[in-house]
Design a protein around this ligand. Structure first.
Ligand SMILES: Nc1ncnc2c1ncn2[C@@H]1O[C@H](COP(=O)(O)OP(=O)(O)OP(=O)(O)O)[C@@H](O)[C@H]1O
Ligand SMILES: [Mg+2]
Length: 481
C-alpha cells in the first residue's frame, strides 16, 4: 500500500465532561474517498478539526504529506462580502496593486461551472439561502485545491440534484490524486461514492471496512451499536381545522410563492415536497409571520385578527438553527425557554420560573436524546446534530396547536432521525397540526398524511397518504407532468 497522505495515530481529545476523541488511528490515502460516519456527538467534527490543525489533540500525532483543506460543518463565510470575495479571500487576482474584480468574478464563475455548483459570483453571501452558502464554502476549498480535503457534512444542505454534481467533482479530485475524507449522515452517499468507511462511536473507531463489502444497514447498526429504533405508529385522529392559507403570495419573483391554497388540520402532518428554492422559504416565513404577504393566513379558532396568534399556540423548527433558532453562547437551559416566555407555567409574575426552565430543559434532553455534559454548557459546545435535537425538542415540548417543521432532521444521524420522526408523529397523534417542509422526499413519504408538491412557487400536485405515487411526485418536483 502507498504511504498515506494523512496519518493519525492515537488521537485523543477531551472537553470538560466528555472525551470527544478517544485513541483514534486513521489513514487517508491519496486518490481515495474515505467516509467517516457516526452518531451525533461521536467525535467526527472534532477529529476533522484536529486533522486540519485547527484543534490540538491532548495526545497522539498527525502527519500529513501535503496541504490540508477543511469544509466546516458550520460555515465560516463573511456575510457582508459577496461570493467571489469569500471564495478568493486573500488570494484575489490583481492588476498591479488593485484587485481585478472582473478576473475574480470570471474565475469563480468558471470554477462553479466546472463543479456544477450553480452560484452567482456577485451575490451577497448573507442574502443567500443555506444551500447556496454551502456551495460557496465548497468552492472556497476547491479553489485552493489542497492535496488532502476534509469535508464535514458538505451535502447536508444541498438538493439531491446538486449532490450528484458535487460528488462528480469530488470523484474527479480523487482521480487526480487528492485524498478525501467525507463526514456524512447520508449512508447512501457512503455506499455510492466512497471506497472505505470508518464508523465512530463515542470517540472511537468501532468499524472500518471497504465500502464494497458493507451495506447501509450494516453501517447503521455499527453506528448505533444495535438495531435502529422503529418509527412510532400513526394513530387514528379526527382532524380539526387549524391553519388555512388562501391565495398566498409572498417573496420575490424568483423564489417566492404565487398563490398558494393550503389547509393543515390538527391531528395531521401535511408535507410540502419540493426541490430547494421553489418557494418553501417564502411559504414558511409568511406563515411564521416574518415576511409580508398577500392573501390570507388564518389560524382557527378565529378571534380578532390581532389576537389569533396568541390564542393558537404555534412553534417553528427553523431552517437555519444558528440564524433563527439558538443562541450559541447561551446554555441549554436558557435556549430551552427562548421564544416560550409566554407559555403557561414558564413565568412567575414578571420573571421566568428558573426551576421550571430547568425541568423543561431536562425533559427535552431526555425525550430527544440531546447528548451534553450538563444542562449548563453553552450550546456552542454541542455537536451539530445535538443542537438540532435541542431545537426540535423546544418546538414540540409544549404540544402546541401548530408546528412548522423545516427540514427537522437536517444533520441528524439515522438513529436520532428515527427518534425525531417518531416525536413528530406522536405530536400529530396528540392533535397538533404539523406542516412539514422537507427536501428529503423519503422523510415526507414516511411522515405525511397529505402531500403537496411545490414547484416554482405554486402547488403542482396534491396526494393523500393512501394514493401516493413516488414517481409521480418526483416528476412534479422536477417540473414535468
Ligand atoms: N468546544 C467544545 N467544548 C466542549 N465540548 C465540545 C466542544 N466541541 C465538541 N465538544 C463535544 O465533543 C463531542 C464530540 O463532538 P463533535 O462535534 O466532534 O461530534 P460529531 O460527531 O461531529 O457530531 P454531529 O454528527 O452532531 O456533528 C460532543 O460531546 C460535543 O459536545
Ligand atoms: Mg459534526
Amino acid at each position: 500500500m502507498s504511504t498515506p497522505a494523512l496519518r493519525l495515530r492515537g488521537i485523543r481529545k477531551a472537553f470538560p465532561g466528555v472525551v470527544a476523541v478517544d485513541g483514534v488511528d486513521l489513514d487517508l490515502t491519496a486518490g481515495e474517498i474515505h467516509a467517516l460516519v457516526g452518531e451525533n456527538g461521536a467525535g467526527k467534527s472534532t477529529l476533522a478539526a484536529i486533522a486540519f490543525g485547527e484543534l490540538h489533540p491532548d495526545a497522539g500525532s498527525v502527519e500529513s504529506n501535503g496541504t490540508v483543506g477543511l469544509v466546516h460543518q458550520h460555515f465560516e463565510l463573511v456575510g457582508r462580502l459577496n461570493v467571489w470575495q469569500n471564495v478568493l479571500l486573500g488570494r484575489e487576482p490583481r492588476r498591479g496593486w488593485r484587485i481585478d474584480a472582473a478576473a475574480a468574478r470570471e474565475r469563480v464563475r468558471a470554477l462553479s461551472k466546472a463543479n456544477e455548483l450553480d452560484i452567482d459570483p456577485d451575490a451577497l453571501v448573507e442574502d443567500l439561502p443555506i444551500g447556496a452558502q454551502q456551495r460557496v464554502e465548497l468552492l472556497r476549498e476547491l479553489e485552493r485545491d489542497p492535496s488532502i480535503l476534509l469535508l464535514d457534512e458538505p451535502t447536508a444542505a444541498l438538493a439531491p440534484a446538486e449532490i450528484d454534481g458535487f460528488f462528480a467533482s469530488v470523484t474527479q479530485l480523487a482521480r487526480r490524486g487528492t485524498a478525501v475524507l467525507i463526514v456524512t449522515h447520508k449512508l447512501q452517499e457512503v455506499i455510492a461514492y466512497s471506497a472505505r468507511v470508518s464508523v465512530m462511536r463515542r470517540g472511537r473507531i468501532v468499524a472500518a471496512m471497504p465500502t464494497a463489502e458493507t451495506s447501509v444497514d450494516e453501517i447503521a447498526r455499527a453506528m448505533v451499536g444495535g438495531e435502529l429504533p422503529q418509527i412510532a405508529q400513526r394513530a387514528q385522529t379526527t382532524p380539526r381545522p387549524c391553519l388555512t392559507v388562501h391565495a398566498l403570495q409572498a417573496g420575490s419573483a424568483e423564489s417566492g410563492v404565487t398563490g398558494i391554497d393550503l389547509e393543515v388540520r390538527g391531528g395531521e402532518i401535511v408535507g410540502i415536497a419540493g426541490v430547494e428554492g421553489n418557494g418553501q422559504t417564502a411559504l414558511a416565513d409568511a406563515i411564521a409571520g416574518v415576511l409580508p404577504y398577500r392573501g390570507s393566513v388564518r389560524f382557527t379558532p378565529e378571534l380578532s385578527p390581532k389576537r389569533e396568534r396568541s390564542r393558537v399556540e404555534t412553534s417553528v423548527i427553523p431552517q437555519d438553527r444558528h440564524v433563527e433558532g439558538l443562541v450559541l453562547n447561551f446554555s441549554i437551559v436558557e435556549n430551552a425557554v427562548l421564544g416560550r416566555q409566554n407559555r403557561p407555567g414558564i413565568r412567575r409574575g414578571v420573571l421566568l420560573d428558573r426551576e421550571k426552565a430547568r425541568e423543561d430543559a431536562q425533559a427535552i434532553v431526555e425525550r430527544f436524546d440531546v447528548r451534553a455534559a450538563s444542562l449548563d454548557v453553552k450550546v456552542r459546545t454541542l455537536s451539530g446534530g445535538n443542537q438540532q435535537k435541542l431545537l426540535v425538542g423546544r418546538a414540540l415540548i409544549d404540544q402546541p396547536h401548530f408546528v412548522l417543521a423545516y427540514n427537522p432532521t437536517r444533520g441528524i444521524d439515522v438513529g436520532a432521525a428515527a427518534l425525531v420522526q417518531s416525536r413528530l408523529i406522536e405530536t400529530r397523534n396528540a392533535g397538533t397540526a404539523v406542516l412539514l417542509i422537507s427536501f428529503d422526499l423519503d422523510e415526507i413519504l414516511a411522515l405525511a398524511d397529505r402531500i403537496c408538491v411545490i414547484y416554482r412557487g405554486a402547488i403542482a400536485g396534491r396526494f393523500d397518504r393512501a394514493n401516493v405515487e413516488r414517481a409521480a411526485i418526483g416528476r412534479l418536483m422536477a417540473g414535468s407532468q
